[in-house]
Design a protein around this ligand. Structure first.
Ligand SMILES: [Zn+2]
Length: 322
């Protein structure tokens, strides 16, 4: 079945709720069985696992090294959304190509939550029209998101309300330690070198939270004159400020970063690749870097060490692979 037929089927399901009911009764679980949560990205799934514990089975659609901005859901993804009891996604247009399938689930009456939207007391970068979706880069923001996820689970499964509160509290304590680690590490980078150049604009929240100036170079087209000029300005800045490293990302092509390094080299300044950062996807499932805390620990530790600051080689908990 092609995607268009599938999508039509979901739109039909939305307008004829009887079809949906039949599907729900097919997937209903017996009492005590874990309920099914489907999340789009790993960062949401991981936090949900921490809070839900044994009460839920959590599945994420977009895995290691995959860019959520351009991800198009396949048949198995649509099945996973269809059979889920709860759906969690980031929102703020992170999952740009999934709007239609997520929307049809919402219309069908499934409990679905955009975890990064409508956070109280947290200023979103870019304003309403160009909201930056990469909230997980600020640990404080993701702690607020974890609270929102916990409330959602409590509403869905009020019997286990206290368990979720306890799990949330424990997890938020770990997040506070991570946040403090990030602040301490970044502050050890010599002030003139607190400048983070990456392939795409995923790190603005990290920059704001931990006082790093951030520049993403995707979107600066090297084929237009304006793009070339911006690229040259960035190269000049790297050379003049003696920035020692720029970074590649696990889910984005490193072409533009390499062009930058070549440019600096032509002016006699050696910029190295400071390491690969996790921007929009975590590391391999089952590893420390495949958890939210491990992902951020890796990023902070890698950035700090490459820019001349001090951080333990194996990170906050001694668990990093490098
Ligand atoms: Zn991104």
């Amino acid at each position: 079945m092609n995607r268009r037929i599938l999508v039509s089927a979901f739109i039909a399901a939305a307008f004829f709720p009887s079809c949906v009911k039949k599907k729900e009764s097919q997937t209903s679980r017996s009492q005590g069985d874990p309920y099914q949560v489907t999340a789009t990205v790993g960062m949401i799934a991981d936090v949900t696992r921490e809070i839900a514990g044994d009460q839920a089975t959590v599945h994420n659609l977009i895995g290691e090294g995959i860019d959520p901005h351009s991800y198009r859901p396949g048949k198995s993804d649509i099945d996973a959304l269809q059979t889920a009891d709860l759906i969690l996604y980031n929102g703020l247009l992170l999952e740009g190509k999934m709007g239609e399938v997520l929307g049809s689930q919402k219309k069908a009456g499934k409990p679905i939550l955009a975890v990064a939207e409508g956070l109280s007391d947290y200023p979103i970068i870019g304003g309403e029209s160009h909201a930056d979706p990469h909230l997980w880069m600020d640990v404080t923001a993701w702690s607020k998101v974890s609270e929102k996820i916990a409330h959602h689970l409590q509403t869905f499964d009020p019997v286990n309300k206290d368990k979720y509160s306890t799990n949330l509290e424990g997890y938020q304590t770990q997040l506070q330690q991570l946040d403090a680690y990030a602040k301490t590490c970044i502050a050890t980078i010599p002030e003139k070198q607190r400048f983070l150049v990456t392939a795409h604009d995923a790190f603005s929240y990290l920059g704001r939270a931990y006082q790093l100036e951030v520049r993403g170079i995707q979107g600066i087209s090297t084929e237009s004159e304006a793009g070339l000029q911006e690229m040259n300005e960035l190269v000049n800045f790297l050379v003049e400020s003696k920035i020692p490293a720029v970074f590649v990302e696990s889910s984005v092509s490193d072409k533009s970063v390499r062009a930058l390094i070549e440019g600096a080299r032509a002016q006699g300044h050696e910029v190295k690749i400071g390491g690969e950062l996790f921007s929009d996807a975590m590391g391999p499932a089952g590893t420390y870097e495949g958890t939210y805390i491990g992902m951020i620990d890796h990023n902070i530790t890698t950035i700090t060490r490459a820019l001349g600051g001090q951080a333990p080689e194996k990170g906050l908990q001694g668990k990093l692979a490098h």
